[in-house]
Design a binder for this molecule. Structure first.
Ligand code: ADP
Length: 245
């Protein structure tokens, strides 16, 4: 049974008109086709990297899988069930994660999101305690969000996702803009999540992440799959698409 199945997904965006076009053709609409009849079936848990040039449709794809964005047509199935019936199974963590309260502390932020899931204070507090330990965030728990380093904010974003205990975690370029030490910390977290049986898809351009972290690589270009497989199986296509010697 596939963990994630995308069936014939199409998504297009309306292209914004310039002033001249707006005057000459006020009612004409033009569209950019971002995903065109995109199908994908991931059968196992593990770490998948989603890669491809800028504008190839990675973010759009992750947003559709997470349910933030609806496709124009096609279907998303999670464990064989239509995604709409199963929303808590998937969580998207984006690089520019802004959904925190800047003036609240790290703990207060987690407490707020925890309270959305469970009304029982003790259960939520216990869960937060475990997560703070797992993610080595205890030291910063009373620091306001706005004073946290970008690496810690990134870890917190993953920690928040774990409050919801999703089976599938989607990451959009999460190691962009954080230092190497924090990057490695995030890598070890991803490996821990893999060990816990989670399915992870992370969008990245970084060749070391693609090579060292992924069980499978999904290479896309212009909204279509170029190849799927191990690094060895996809290396030639990756080098061709990214024009690496
Ligand atoms: P990637 O993550 O691979 O860089 P994206 O999915 O962000 O690619 O974008 C694919 C294409 O869709 C780009 O050309 C982008 O400009 C366009 N696009 C993405 N989101 C929107 C939107 N909300 N409105 C209009 N165009 C969009």
């Amino acid at each position: 049974m596939p963990v994630i199945e995308l069936r014939n997904i199409c998504k297009r965006f309306e292209i914004k008109k310039g002033r001249t076009e707006l005057i000459l053709h006020p009612f004409r609409k033009r569209y950019k086709e971002v995903l065109n009849d995109f199908s994908l079936s991931l059968k196992n848990s593990g770490i998948y990297s989603l890669t491809g040039p800028n504008g190839s449709g990675k973010t759009t794809l992750l947003r559709i899988i997470s349910g933030i964005l609806y496709p124009d047509s096609g279907e998303v199935l999670i464990d064989n069930v239509a995604f709409r019936l199963n929303p808590n199974k998937v969580f998207l963590i984006a690089e520019s994660d802004k959904g925190f309260f800047p003036r609240l502390t790290l703990w207060q932020n987690l407490r707020f999101f925890g309270s959305l899931i469970n009304k029982d204070r003790k259960i939520v507090n216990d869960k937060i305690e475990i997560i703070l330990n797992d993610f080595e965030l205890t030291k910063e728990k009373d620091t306001r969000f706005q004073e946290l380093s970008s690496g810690t904010k990134q870890r917190l974003a993953i920690a928040r996702a774990m409050l919801f205990d999703p089976d599938i975690l989607l990451f959009d370029e999460i190691t962009k803009g954080i230092d190497i030490k924090q990057q490695h910390y995030v890598y070890s977290l991803l490996k821990k999540l893999r060990k816990a049986g989670k399915t992870i898809i992370f969008a990245t351009h970084l060749i070391n992440e693609i090579r060292d972290l992924s069980d499978q690589i999904i290479l896309i270009n212009q909204g279509r799959i170029v190849s799927i497989g191990s690094f060895e199986e996809t290396e030639k296509d990756i080098k061709r698409i990214f024009e690496i010697e």
